[in-house]
Design a protein around this ligand. Structure first.
Ligand SMILES: [Zn+2]
Length: 153
């Protein structure tokens, strides 16, 4: 079997996979084969939420918090992942490295793919998509598709 032929067929899911597992396409390093569509020019995943947004987890098991809402604590545009408060909690064993540092088992949030969440509207209590609206002073804002509530105050 020709190894160069099978290399790009393998489904590589994580952007932080070893470099040997990443694929190059058109001179760009591609995060996931699933993201590569024919004729796509933008091969980096787009994060559709911002830090501080309320989001709802739409996929995955109930154990990691499907259907739960939380605030976006961090965004990693390079890998297309986000950290949401209270969602996808993992337990990490920590060694005490400084005087103030904690040791032992620590529960913390692990990053998830941004495509797994939807923006959550606190006014109509629904996961929603956004519409763009230009305000009177010429600024672009995001509003709820259901109830037109503004997200950027
Ligand atoms: Zn709404």
């Amino acid at each position: 079997m020709n190894p160069t032929k099978t290399a790009h067929k393998r489904n590589i899911r994580y952007a932080n996979a070893p470099i040997s597992k990443q694929v190059k396409l058109g001179g760009k390093t591609v995060v996931s084969n699933a993201l590569v569509k024919q004729g796509a020019s933008n091969l980096t995943p787009k994060v559709h939420v911002k830090k501080g947004d309320m989001v709802m987890l739409m996929t995955g098991s109930e154990k990691i918090g499907r259907g739960k809402t939380g605030k976006v604590a961090n965004v990693f545009p390079k890998t297309g992942k986000i950290v949401v408060e209270g969602i996808n909690m993992v337990t990490r064993a920590n060694k005490q490295r400084s005087v103030t540092g904690q040791s032992g088992l620590i529960k913390k949030e692990a990053p998830i793919f941004a495509s797994r969440v939807m923006l959550f509207c606190t006014a109509c209590k629904k996961p929603t998509r956004i519409k763009h609206k230009v305000t009177d002073n010429g600024k672009k804002t995001r509003i709820c598709k259901h109830c037109s509530e503004a997200f950027d105050a």
